[in-house]
Design a protein around this ligand. Structure first.
Ligand code: ATP
Ligand code: MG
Length: 384
């Protein structure tokens, strides 16, 4: 298979922050960038020589993006199959429609993982309020999650008692949900794997992640998990990448349970919030790695050169008439600011992140938490 060389055009289905940062890496390597996104002022717009504004379901628009590109990749997996197939007919879509179709439905994704022998927490697919009640009765306290369209904890409800299950299902308002047993987590981690069209694979060292109310707060690399956990997490993630046949990236979110067992939470076949620190920490960032993988170039070294952490900046920090001074922290040692160029700040919306490097993971994390606290002081931003 021949490589798609610098000077070629990469089409991105999705021009949010992931598309923007991947597009920056593509530009650095001498590629041209085209973008399709439903939002006119999408974060990747400044990087793209051509932007198509259209909804995900517009298969003609997806076809147009692919017509002008040498390869197409995605920053969001929730794109209807007809649009993916329309793109795939005109340019290689990496990862392919089959991978995205498998992953984009939470129930289908879990069933695929279970059928391929990957470890999962107990769950049930529920289609009615009564089925949800029965699931909570048999599984115990659950998180009920819509099968489609959820991200950052949206479309989810925690249910402690069977009596609350029906209202939770109806409140989510989705035709199908997954009820997952609420697990006691010792820690959360993720593993990013890149895979080329020839099947060459490289995994990054695991990242240690912290979520608040279902949304990623911070992430740090290296993770300081013991060798057995690192080995097992890497084996699970590489097994998934290989068996799914991913070309590009896949992030595997994992839960570490109290008894030391790992289970897969969910999959994201694209750059991931928990590897934004790879720009600071690793020889090759996840964004450059995506470009290399989808273009069939040799994959980059994933080693950590120095520990780094990120802390998300959500819309809360922007709220109120006076935006906080987000540049005030730039004098702190090791700290950098990454803004996504979003015009409107809304509660829960990812507006940017802070990153910090340090001599150890703990030091990097302490620096980024300190920087965040200074920004959040006087605002409603929550410190985890
Ligand atoms: N079964 C569970 N038991 C305990 N905690 C859970 C469970 N499911 C989810 N969580 C918590 O909620 C977080 C978000 O869950 P999940 O990844 O399913 O949501 P999401 O909306 O798809 O998130 P994102 O798109 O940000 O990854 C998890 O990282 C974890 O902290
Ligand atoms: Mg998640």
């Amino acid at each position: 298979m021949s490589a798609i060389l610098p000077g070629s055009t990469i089409g991105f289905l999705g021009g949010g922050q992931l598309g923007r940062m991947a597009a920056m890496a593509a530009r650095t390597m001498g590629y041209d960038v085209h973008v399709l996104d439903p939002e006119h002022h999408c974060p990747a717009r400044p990087l793209a020589s051509h932007v198509i504004t259209a909804p995900w379901g517009d298969a003609d628009a997806a076809a147009k993006l692919a017509e002008g590109a040498d390869v197409v990749t995605i920053e969001i997996e929730q794109i209807p199959l007809p649009s993916l197939e329309a793109a795939e007919r005109r340019a290689p879509l990496r990862p392919g429609p089959q991978v995205l179709w498998t992953v984009q439905d939470r129930a289908r994704q879990k069933e695929w993982l279970r059928d391929h022998g990957f470890p999962l927490g107990p769950f049930a697919v529920v289609r009615t309020a009564d089925e949800t009640t029965a699931a909570v009765r048999s599984l115990g306290p659950c998180i009920v999650k819509s099968t489609h369209g959820g991200y950052d904890g949206r479309g989810q409800a925690r249910v402690s008692e069977p009596a609350d299950a029906a209202a939770a299902f109806l409140g989510i308002g989705a035709p199908v949900c997954v009820a997952e047993r609420f697990l006691t987590l010792a820690a959360e981690l993720s593993v990013m794997v890149a895979r080329t069209p020839e099947g060459e694979m490289r995994a990054y060292p695991p990242a240690r992640n912290h979520h608040t109310h279902g949304v990623l707060t911070w992430s740090v690399i290296p993770s300081s998990f013991d060798d057995a956990v690192v080995r097992r997490a890497t084996e699970i993630a590489c097994g998934i990448a290989e068996q799914l046949g991913v070309v590009g990236l896949i992030a595997v979110e994992l839960f570490l349970l109290d008894d030391g067992l790992l289970c897969v939470n969910e999959l994201a076949p694209r750059p991931h919030n928990t590897y934004h620190h790879s720009e600071r920490a690793c020889v090759t960032s996840q964004f450059e790695q995506l470009v290399r993988a989808v273009c069939g170039l040799p994959l980059g070294d994933t080693d950590v050169v120095r520990p780094a952490a990120i802390y998300n900046l959500l819309g809360e920090v922007w709220s109120g008439p006076d935006a906080p001074d987000i540049t005030g922290v730039l004098g702190l040692p090791g700290v950098r600011l990454h803004l996504y160029g979003k015009r409107e700040a809304r509660a829960g919306r990812k507006m940017g992140h802070l990153s910090a490097c340090g001599e150890t993971s703990d030091m990097a994390l302490a620096r980024v938490v300190d920087a965040y606290k200074r920004i959040a002081a006087g605002t409603k931003g929550e410190v985890a």
